[in-house]
Structure formats: structure tokens, C-alpha cells
Design a binder for this molecule. Structure first.
Ligand SMILES: Nc1ncnc2c1ncn2[C@@H]1O[C@H](COP(=O)(O)OP(=O)(O)OP(=O)(O)O)[C@@H](O)[C@H]1O
Ligand SMILES: [Mg+2]
Length: 454
């Protein structure tokens, strides 16, 4: 009975009318028949299915293609089993096979040695795949310090979702080139890349930002696409790029908490910290191989700690062992006792210290100075009073600066007045302070000692 719904002539994306499943016994006809049998007006059905009456009317008169989400809502409201869902699913499948239909698959490759992060992956699935009946586009923001594995997690989850059959209309991936707002990608240019990827010809490119954003939303409407916005600088950059309809989902990664984004969109935050002890050792083992890891498991554990269990440092250390055939985990762990050696961990053009540099350069002058001075504060816990004394600022000002550094994930909030700093970031900050603050930091450090004793 439904076959007529899927055998109508296909349209191309270039302007011919969409296949709306029209004709006798098809989606539109059936919808009207079921609605009238239930005695529902268009407005009453609209209230039930949470789509407006204009949308329903267009579907009934074959002017608009029903999405699977709409069909599911109709099945529920009209007690129709899976009648509407199966037609809409078949329509979608036909539309996807249409010649000329663009189907971007831009995800970078997943990592062979991806390790751990089980709870984060589940959280992403709950938010992005099981979004229920919400009409809002589901958005997840993965944030955390440099090199903690935000991109790796986003890509891993995206590949899993695709292999589970989600986002069949395509996956878009774009590097927003944060965290420095000054050098980050301009949403105007990013939209050109995205519009081309979904099939908009270059000579049809809208001339202003709002039009580009609106055209992008139009192209995504009714499609089931995943958008990964990697390395975002700020909320404003992200905001222009968001799809408007709920079949799509968005994963954003950022070193920043992206203040201002959560008030604009219904997003969940997935904060990432360094790996746990077992996962960090597992990652090293997966990369250096069982033979080397079994030769000295204790050294592997020490090496993981010297790398602060930060994935970027772990990967660089493992690559170093693998590339220098005679280097053991124990030898490298001993070398990495020195802070400088740890910060200079490098393979090819990836240098640990450079990865921290980009976050540091994004700070304003006062925050940068506070960050450097935190590196030379004694003790593990950063106290607001001690930071104020070191930097020679009021406690309120110190709290403000500490909050900003926590928002950039350069320190981690323990409570309103206490913060923690990752070992490698502390070493990096101390190194900068030695170079840039010199003796001028000494009185501050003494004052901080006094503040702590008091
Ligand atoms: N869970 C993991 N398992 C295996 N490798 C990982 C994992 N997380 C990250 N990595 C690896 O660690 C390195 C750094 O990860 P990634 O680039 O994802 O960090 P990031 O947080 O996105 O960094 P940035 O802040 O610079 O964007 C990469 O080589 C990545 O493949
Ligand atoms: Mg990244």
C-alpha cells in the first residue's frame, strides 16, 4: 500500500519539487483520513504532534516531505502503529539514493588506540541520540584543557554513531581554529565551507553572514546530519553555525567553557579531565605494544604519571619510545623527571609546550600574569588569598582572574576560593614566570607564603 509513496519521480537538490509522498493512499492522504477519523482539526493535531498546522496542511496536500520525526509523532497521536513511520522512512531512503544528492562524510579517522572515556561516550549518546521528542537541536559541548582528548572523543563518538546507523544524511567536521578569538576561523568563511559541503554551488553563495547561516539551516532542514565544530573559540562563533531542525545534532569541542552559549541553546556540557591511572597505562601499552609494556609495567605506570595522564603527553611519550627502538619506558620516565624535558616532549611538528602556548596567548595581560605566578605558588591547592598576595591585587580581583583561568581550563575549580592546576600546566606557568617575571615575582611569593601561614 505504501509503495506509491516511494516510487514518485525523484527530485534533485537543484530546485525541482521534493518527493512529498503524494498520491492516493500515500502519506498525505492517509494522514488526512486518520485525522478526520479521530475528529481532529488541523489545529488539534498540531497540538498533539508539536508541529504547526501549516506544516501538517502542507504534508497533507503533498507540498512538504514528512520527516521521520513528524511521522513518529503522527503514529503516536493517531494510534496508527508504525504506519506513518514506515512510509517516511522509505521516503527518506529513496531520497538518499537520489543521484546528485550530496552526502558529506568529513569525519577524520578515529584513533586505533582510543582508550577509556566510557561514561563520556554514554553521556554524548544520551544527549545526542536519545533526545526524545524535543524540537530543539541537541548540542553537546566537550571542553577541557589543551591536549586532554576533546577532538579524539568527539570523533570516536561520531564514528560510533554513524556505524549504529545514525546521521545517514552526512557528517560535517570543521576546525574553528580556537582558542585565540583574534586568529579563530571567521563564521562567514566557515559557512562557505559548510554550504559547499552540503551542495550549494559557489556562485550561489549568499553575500552576508545572516543569509549564509539561514541558507545553511534551510539545507539541513529535514536531514539527519551531524555537525562537529572542533576547537571553538567562543560562543558567538558557534552560534552562527547551528542547524535549526531537530534531525541534526551538534558536537562542539573547546578549551573554553564557551560562556554565553548555554543561555542561547539547549546544550549539555561534557567536561574532560586527564585519564584515570588504568586508562593512562592502557593507552601507553596500546601504543608501545605488550612486549615493551610487560618488560617493565612499573615504569609504564611512572611514565604515565610523569605525563600527568594527559593524552597528548602520553601519545608523544609513546611515539618517542616506538620511534627510538632502544628507548625503554624506564629510560624515558627518568628523563621526564625534569619539567623542561616534559614540556619539550615532541614528535614531528607536535610539541607539548606549543599546545599550551595557544591557550596562554589567548589570555589578556592581567590573566596571563596571574597564570604565570600561579606556577610558582607553593602547594597543590591554589588559594584566592595567596594568589591575590602574589599578584598584588585585591582578593575580589584575584577571584575574578581565577574564574577566567578556570573558564579557559588552565586551572580547575575546587570551590569558590580554591583551585587546582594540572602538573604540566604548572610546570609550563613556572617556566614562563622565570622567563618573564624574574625577581619581580619573589616578593609576591613571600607574601603568598605569609598569607598561607596566616
Ligand atoms: N582517549 C584517548 N585514547 C587514545 N588517544 C587519545 C585519547 N584522547 C586523546 N588521544 C590522543 O591524544 C592526542 C591529543 O588529543 P586531542 O587532539 O583530541 O586533544 P584536544 O583536547 O582536542 O586538544 P586541543 O585542546 O589542542 O584541541 C591526540 O593524538 C589523540 O589522538
Ligand atoms: Mg582538539
Amino acid at each position: 500500500m505504501h509503495s506509491t509513496a516511494v516510487t514518485r519521480p525523484a527530485h534533485s537538490d537543484s530546485g525541482s519539487p521534493p518527493d512529498t509522498g503524494g498520491g492516493p493512499g500515500t502519506f498525505g492522504e492517509l494522514l488526512r483520513a486518520h485525522r478526520e477519523r479521530h475528529g481532529f482539526s488541523l489545529a488539534q493535531l498540531a497540538t498533539q504532534v508539536h508541529f504547526n498546522r501549516g506544516h501538517i496542511s502542507k504534508v497533507e496536500t503533498h507540498k512538504r516531505t514528512p520527516s521521520v520525526a513528524f511521522a513518529e509523532a503522527c503514529d503516536r497521536a493517531l494510534n496508527a502503529g508504525s504506519t506513518f513511520t514506515s512510509i517516511a522512512t522509505a521516503l527518506e531512503a529513496t531520497a538518499r539514493q537520489r543521484p546528485g544528492r550530496v552526502h558529506p562524510a568529513q569525519l577524520p579517522s578515529a584513533k586505533r588506540c582510543f582508550t577509556g572515556r566510557r561514561e563520556c561516550l554514554n553521556q554524548l549518546t544520551r544527549r545526542l541520540q536519545d533526545a526524545g521528542q524535543s524540537l530543539a537541536v541537541p548540542v553537546a559541548v566537550i571542553n577541557g584543557p589543551p591536549g586532554v582528548g576533546k577532538t579524539a572523543l568527539a570523533v570516536q563518538w561520531a564514528h560510533q554513531a554513524v556505524s549504529d546507523g545514525r546521521f545517514a544524511d552526512g557528517q560535517l567536521f570543521v576546525d574553528l581554529e580556537g582558542p585565540e578569538p583574534g586568529t579563530a576561523a571567521d563564521p562567514f568563511d566557515v559557512l562557505e565551507h559548510l554550504l559547499r559541503a552540503v551542495g550549494v554551488p559557489g556562485d550561489n553563495m549568499p553575500a552576508d553572514l545572516d543569509q549564509r547561516a539561514a541558507t545553511f539551516r534551510s539545507y539541513l532542514h529535514g536531514r539527519e546530519m551531524l555537525l562537529v565544530l572542533d576547537n571553538a573559540a567562543d560562543a558567538q562563533q558557534v552560534h552562527h553555525l547551528l542547524p535549526g531542525s531537530a534531525g541534526c545534532a551538534v558536537v562542539v569541542t573547546s578549551r573554553s567553557r564557551l560562556p554565553g552559549l548555554l543561555s542561547r541553546v539547549d546544550a549539555v556540557t561534557v567536561p574532560l579531565a586527564e585519564l584515570g591511572r588504568p586508562e593512562a597505562a592502557m593507552l601507553l601499552r596500546a601504543m608501545i605494544g605488550d612486549a615493551r609494556a610487560d618488560a617493565d609495567p612499573a615504569a609504564v605506570a611512572v611514565l604515565a604519571e610523569r605525563c600527568g595522564r594527559l593524552p597528548l603527553a602520553l601519545v608523544l611519550a609513546a611515539e618517542h619510545i616506538v620511534s627510538c627502538q632502544h628507548r625503554s619506558a624506564d629510560q624515558l620516565a627518568t628523563e621526564l623527571e625534569l619539567d623542561n624535558a616534559r614540556l619539550n616532549l615532541a614528535e614531528g611538528d607536535v610539541v607539548l609546550r606549543n599546545s599550551f602556548d595557544t591557550s596562554y596567548r589567548a589570555l589578556d595581560e592581567q590573566s596571563a600574569r596571574m597564570f604565570r605566578l600561579l606556577g610558582v605558588l607553593p602547594g597543590q591547592v591554589i588559594d584566592a588569598a595567596a594568589s591575590a598576595a602574589t599578584a598584588g591585587v585585591s582578593q575580589d580581583e584575584a577571584v575574578r582572574l581565577l574564574r577566567g583561568l578556570a573558564s579557559a581550563h588552565l586551572i580547575r575549580r575546587q570551590d569558590e576560593r580554591h583551585y587546582l592546576m594540572h602538573d604540566l600546566l604548572r610546570a609550563y606557568a613556572a617556566d614562563l614566570s622565570r622567563q618573564l617575571d624574574g625577581d619581580s615575582a619573589k616578593p609576591g611569593r613571600q607574601a603568598a607564603d605569609t598569607a598561607l601561614v596566616a
